[in-house]
Design a protein around this ligand. Sequence first.
Ligand code: DCT
Ligand code: MG
Length: 577
Amino acid sequence: MIKNKKRKGKQVAEIKIVPEPQRIFQNLHFYFFPNSDTHPGRRQRIIRALEYGATWQNEFNDSVTHIITDREYDYPQLLTYLKLRELPTAVILVNENYPSSCMEFYKLVDPSSVEFRVKGYELPAPITAVQPQAIPSQVSDVSLKLKPAKGKAAAASSSQLTPQPEASSNLASSAASLLASLSPINNDEQQAKSKDEDELESAIREAKESHPLASDDEEDGNRHKRRKTSSWQDKFTCMHKHTGGKGDQGPNAQTLSVLQELADYYDQTRDPWRSKSYRQAISALRKHPTKVTTKEEGMRVFGIGTSIAEKIEEIVRTSHLRKLDSTKMDERQQILNKFLKIYGVGIHAAERWASAGHKTLDDLLQKAELTDNQRIGVAHYDDFNTRIPRAEVEQHATTVTKALKSLDKIYTIYTMGSYRRGAQNSGDIDLLITKPGASIDEIRTTVMDRLVPLLTTQNFLVAALAQTSQADGTKWHGASCLPHSKIWRRIDFLLVPEAELGAALLYFTGNDIFNRSMRLLASKKGMRLNQRGLYKDVLRDYGREKLSEGTLVEGRDERKIFEALGVPWRPPEHRIC
Ligand code: DCT
Ligand code: MG
């Protein structure tokens, strides 16, 4: 225990350095803005940061790894104060919420999460739904650092976290022991690792462990799907619904519903790590046969850690959770969440609008500058955010099939995505269109030049939202509406030549975790899987950067892709991870 300097007229504050394995800020150098400890709240934050291993830099210098600003200050004010035109890219800029969130979770959480943003600051690599691969460059979560072999994204994040390699490895090792001693997730995962676990299961587990946004394949299809409304954050909510099974009627029902709210909140605030911890705890608690009422009982449940166990006790004692109240109270956060669920809106637009004082969808319609797609997204906000009953998905698919067959009988349409996995409702309608023996050019011409206009004149297609390039595109995204209905649904056409049908069926069935696990497995076997096929003899350099495409092993037949990977066939409804 050390004491800080006695300050005139002030009480001596004690700094209690936490045990070494818990020093999550070890080797990190914090600069606080405003640069003083006269404000009691900031002073407290500085002390806590020191207790968890950070240094406090009184001057802005080369060693600073993080700038922590008070919430009311913005980026231009910081730059003016520092007399800089922009921040060095190695420095991570976050608001005051960041250190406390890290301490709450005993790890470095993702600093690019919306709740840590400083007004007016554009991340060096923009976070948008369109370029999710850029996000990990800002991610400093230790779990990523501990798995450097995971691929480009993970490697990038670890190298960018701290400028000096030693600092980084020290952090990783202290974080490793910290995680080993504290993190229930890691402990469980270790225990769950059985020797004869089959390859796919183990790849699925690894895919789940990896950052939800970390792409193990730079496939354009991946990026493209992520362009979708509320894309990835909904993935986890919807996954959960499927895997959750019987709903929450058991002894822990009330606790589960509160935890679920918090998990959803973290989904929306793009904090996949915390979201994952909550989901894991939820699924553990759901299986637990008796009511968990205390922190100690909670910690005995496989998959629940200290922090969540404490929250469970609080929920049982008070019927609610202070954390949730405070997250609910954060009005700006709520506004951002709402804006982020608009089709075609990324974090930049959402923040711009929130900063301009827009609060509601009406504000946006009346006062904000919107693209045509965003205007549609706002006007049909509820439509696009409502899941589509299975029977209605079928009606949309039938309408498209009829129209297409009227143009050419030989075409085949498959309904993909969550529908093919057997879901009772879907976020959108994913239709794969193919024709035996036809080239992609022929299919494209039929769909873009004939089918889309035909369905538009039938008033079934009501909006064209996005299309990959006219010349070589294979996707069309829009909205459809059934006769006698007013609800617009998101509909995607995916154009696939017969030779790639198997790989496309596999990819567009998903779910995304299953896809990631299959790609991971392929890559471990020296192969490469994408939505066009499975390839072998892919040359990669030491950084796993792809040097050659390799030779096609299988593209046409979905089952044969499983066989070639040495994985027993899994029907679509068993691909929910
Ligand atoms: N996909 C993927 N990775 C992503 C997004 C999508 O591998 N990040 C694949 C798997 C599912 C398929 O594309 C269709 O994508 P979505 O329509 O986004 O998902 P879904 O599973 O159909 O779920 P929803 O019911 O929400 O549409
Ligand atoms: Mg879908």
